[in-house]
Write a protein that binds this ligand. Structure first.
Ligand SMILES: *[C@@H]1O[C@H](CO)[C@@H](O)[C@H](O)[C@H]1NC(C)=O
Ligand SMILES: *[C@@H]1O[C@H](CO)[C@@H](O)[C@H](O)[C@H]1NC(C)=O
Ligand SMILES: *[C@@H]1O[C@H](CO)[C@@H](O)[C@H](O)[C@H]1NC(C)=O
Ligand SMILES: *[C@@H]1O[C@H](CO)[C@@H](O)[C@H](O)[C@H]1NC(C)=O
Length: 182
């Protein structure tokens, strides 16, 4: 309980602190891993990064949900690299269908805000058919959270009907502009 309160306070400070969003010189994908554990429900056709320039890497994904689903839970965890990936700050289990109706979890809104304009996932449940992410790249100005320079991984484990169906693990690097922040 106490740690939850401390977490909320810290998160509030993060969100309200003044931060120059353009301080990031690099905010880009470094790896993606997509794997379905139940190909009779969820199939990946494509899940790939493409380096467009030194600082811009795009993520394309094409997948199909074969039967409508109204029961989606996501286990989201962030890791930061320091001699291997170590759990870092966020470990959230949430009801994705409920989130899409209420948009009430700040951490989820942060991630959702980065991806929604590049995808067809901006609707409420049920989900069925093609799930497309096209030319998604990370925009530092949308990262309303001053994170330290480093290598990170966002692991999303997707559950339909409370059972794991697939993982999408996305790694990225974030480098602050050290010259500017002096
Ligand atoms: C995704 O990351 C989690 C956390 O490290 C790991 O347990 C899981 O095996 C990974 N999934 C895949 C498909 O690599
Ligand atoms: C796999 O998907 C099928 C639907 O095609 C579903 O009936 C079954 O329960 C799923 N298995 C698991 C372990 O979730
Ligand atoms: C996604 O993959 C399917 C199966 O390969 C293909 O038919 C479809 O055209 C692809 N969609 C996009 C937007 O690339
Ligand atoms: C998509 O997101 C925008 C901005 O959050 C919202 O205004 C719009 O209604 C959404 N569209 C759908 C189909 O949910």
């Amino acid at each position: 309980m106490q740690s939850k309160v401390i977490f909320c306070v810290l998160f509030g400070i993060f969100l309200t602190s003044t931060f120059d969003f353009n301080d990031a010189v690099v905010f880009k994908f470094t790896n993606v891993v997509c794997e379905s554990f139940n190909k009779s429900w969820f199939v990946f056709h494509n899940c790939r990064l493409k380096a467009v320039s030194r600082t811009k890497v795009t993520f394309n994904m094409n997948a199909t949900i074969l039967h409508p689903t109204n029961d989606i839970f996501i286990h989201a965890k962030v890791f930061k690299r320091a001699n291997g990936y170590k759990p870092w700050l966020f470990d959230v289990n949430f009801d994705a269908c409920l989130y899409l109706r209420r948009r009430s979890i700040p951490f989820v809104s942060l991630v959702y805000g980065l991806v929604k304009e590049f995808s067809n996932i901006n609707h409420t449940c049920p989900y069925v058919g093609p799930q497309i992410i096209k030319d998604f790249y990370l925009k530092p100005e949308l990262l309303r959270l001053p994170i330290p320079t480093g290598d990170y991984m966002l692991s999303l484990q997707w559950l339909f009907n409370k059972k794991p169906q697939f993982d999408t693990n996305v790694s990225f690097t974030f480098v602050e502009d050290l010259l500017k922040s002096k």
